[in-house]
Design a protein around this ligand. Structure first.
Ligand code: FAD
Ligand code: SIN
Length: 528
């Protein structure tokens, strides 16, 4: 593979809501290159259904959005970050509307829906249940109007280039060619890591690359035990694990076990609108007690035309699998959905490495604490994507040297020499990893499940230092790293907080309000 070299002012890795918003902010500060590992539309952002939370309705207030977010986060939200998101959110949404994003309306007024653990109807939605697609469309259109911003699709970032604690760029694999890209500042916006679990709502791109490459580069990674499992994804053999939006319960859908009995009110006073982690565990408990692989989501009592118009994408998708959601109950089961932890950042997106910023799901601003409030992540991506852009521009303004002046002698991530690996089937390891994570580090964990998972993962440590040539191989390496961080953090937190539930430590535990911190070649430790 022959390396080539490029130089830009700002390198944005990721083209979801966070990366695109950061790029727009940077457009006036210099040349910007946005990398995506697949097409631009293949991101969690594009698949987002329910909506985007924002305190804009007449019945709502910013301080109530703040309270709901803090409550869902179960004591681990960083309040200053939440305050920034809820206070700045309305202006960013108005700006997005001014760029052409269309949200559903009742007459001329914006229409707000309800989702779990919100005490107000505050979720804006688009085309019923295709909110992410609309936000993505508006952002891509805006990016296209910025002449200083260019894009490179199918550009898989392998590793960051870091010298003396300063990030100088990244090494990228594109169609078998290696490109070294130097930049004054790099922004990581690579999204989540749901693919490390065999049941997930996340698209195939969500392999935790950004978190793994930042970890390898020496960045501080926090709160990796906090994985949010969405309660309701389609459970049908042969069908995709398609998300069935929480907004359906917000509009009156109910959960029933396989005997057709409602059960949520016996688990939580908010019944179907209880926080996501409570609903997920209740579903799991019903699945166990009824010896079934799923429960049902029932909308058949709602007006048929309303259901079809309000959830057109879900209606059409389920119909492809012969389920008419206006007439039949939908078999559903939980799946990994969102990672609350990630690359630790301050309020301007700065990580612990100079010149490296992060935003969106790959980052951890502390906004979501131990459990994300539904529909807060698109808002976080917008607000903190823009802030990371501002922070990166200010950083570049202070550090005048051209990145190439720092150019290290060898920036290739491809290991030279080394002992050849023993033969193994990478696809088999990937699949086993995903199953083990689901079974042993999933919705309910304990030392007895996590320890063998940790030991199994350590068998594959050599992959992390094995030469790799393809995106698939590099992804596996990243998935192993992220899975190890999740397991080590889950073992480390001896308590149940938010979405992290340990059957052997059901109380919150002594260090409840501390955050778990991971750094390469260090033992895990706690931070405030
Ligand atoms: P993403 O949108 O996932 O984008 C990641 C980008 O990084 C992609 O462009 C990808 O190509 C790129 N990338 C990744 N790795 C590399 C690499 N190695 N090299 C180069 N590029 C790379 N949240 C809400 O608030 N409301 C909702 O209604 C909602 N619904 C959801 C429904 C589904 C099915 C899913 C999966 C998530 C949903 N979420 C929702 C969560 C939300 O969509 C995500 O958290 C958010 O969109 C993440 O945005 P992001 O910009 O951080 O990452
Ligand atoms: C959903 O529509 O249920 C997903 C909302 C979210 O993850 O925030």
């Amino acid at each position: 593979m022959k390396p080539s070299i490029r130089e830009v002012d700002f390198l944005v890795i990721g083209g979801g809501v966070a990366g695109l918003r950061a790029a727009i902010e940077l457009a006036s500060a210099g040349t910007v290159l946005v990398l995506t590992k697949d097409t631009i539309t293949e991101s969690s952002t594009g698949y987002a259904q329910g909506g985007i939370a924002v305190a804009l309705s007449d019945e709502d207030e910013v301080c109530i959005h703040l309270e709901d977010t803090l409550k869902a986060g179960d004591g681990l939200c960083r309040e200053n970050a939440v305050r920034v998101m809820v206070e700045e959110g309305p202006a960013y949404i108005r700006e997005l509307i001014s760029w052409g994003a269309e949200f559903d309306r009742e007459g001329s007024r914006l229409s707000f829906t309800m989702e779990a653990a919100h005490t107000r109807r505050r979720i804006l939605h688009s085309h019923g249940d295709s909110t992410g697609k609309e936000i993505e469309r508006a952002l891509i259109q805006k990016v296209r109007s910025c002449p200083s911003v260019s894009r490179l699709d199918f550009a898989f970032t392998l590793d960051l280039i870091v010298k003396d604690g300063r990030c100088l760029g990244a090494v990228v694999l594109r169609h078998d060619a290696v490109i070294t890209i130097f930049a004054k500042v790099v922004i990581l916006a690579t999204g989540g890591a749901g693919q490390v679990f065999s049941r997930t709502t996340n698209p195939v791109i969500s392999t935790g690359d950004g978190i793994a490459i930042a970890y390898r580069a020496g960045a501080l990674i926090v709160d990796m035990e906090f994985i949010q499992f969405h309660p309701t994804t389609l459970y049908l053999p042969g069908a995709p694990q398609f998300l069935l939006s929480e907004a359906m319960r917000g509009e009156g859908a109910v959960l029933k076990n396989v005997h057709g009995e409602r059960f949520m009110h016996t688990y939580h006073e908010m019944a179907e609108l209880a926080p996501r982690d409570s609903v997920t565990r209740a579903i799991l408990s019903e699945m166990v007690s009824t010896k079934a692989r799923h429960v049902f989501l029932d909308l058949t009592h709602l007006d048929r035309a309303f259901t079809r118009n309000r959830f057109p994408q879900i209606y059409t998708t389920c119909l492809q699998y012969d389920i008419d959601i206006t007439e039949e109950m939908i078999p559903v089961c939980p799946a990994a959905h969102y990672i609350m932890g990630g690359v630790s950042t301050n309020l301007m997106g700065e990580t612990s490495i100079r010149g490296l910023f992060a935003a969106g799901e790959a980052a951890c601003t502390g906004v979501h604490g131990a459990n994300r409030l539904a529909s807060n992540s698109l808002l976080e991506g917008l607000v903190f994507g823009a802030r990371a852009g501002k922070g990166a521009a200010a950083f570049a303004g202070k550090e005048h040297a051209r990145p190439a002046a720092f150019r290290p002698r060898d920036s290739s991530p491809f290991k030279k020499g080394g002992s050849p690996p023993s033969p193994f089937d990478r696809e088999k390891v990937r699949s086993s990893l995903r199953k083990i994570m689901w079974q042993k580090a999933g919705i309910i964990r304990c030392a007895k499940s996590l320890t063998p998972a940790r030991d199994w993962l350590s068998r594959w440590d050599f992959i992390v230092s094995t030469p790799f040539k393809t995106r698939r191989e590099a992804e596996l390496r990243n998935m192993l790293t992220v899975a190890q961080l999740i397991i080590r953090s889950a073992l480390f937190r001896k308590g149940s907080v938010g979405a992290h539930y340990r059957s052997d430590y059901k109380d919150r535990g002594e260090h409840w309000k501390k955050h778990t911190a991971c750094e390469q070649e260090k033992e895990l430790y706690l931070i405030d």
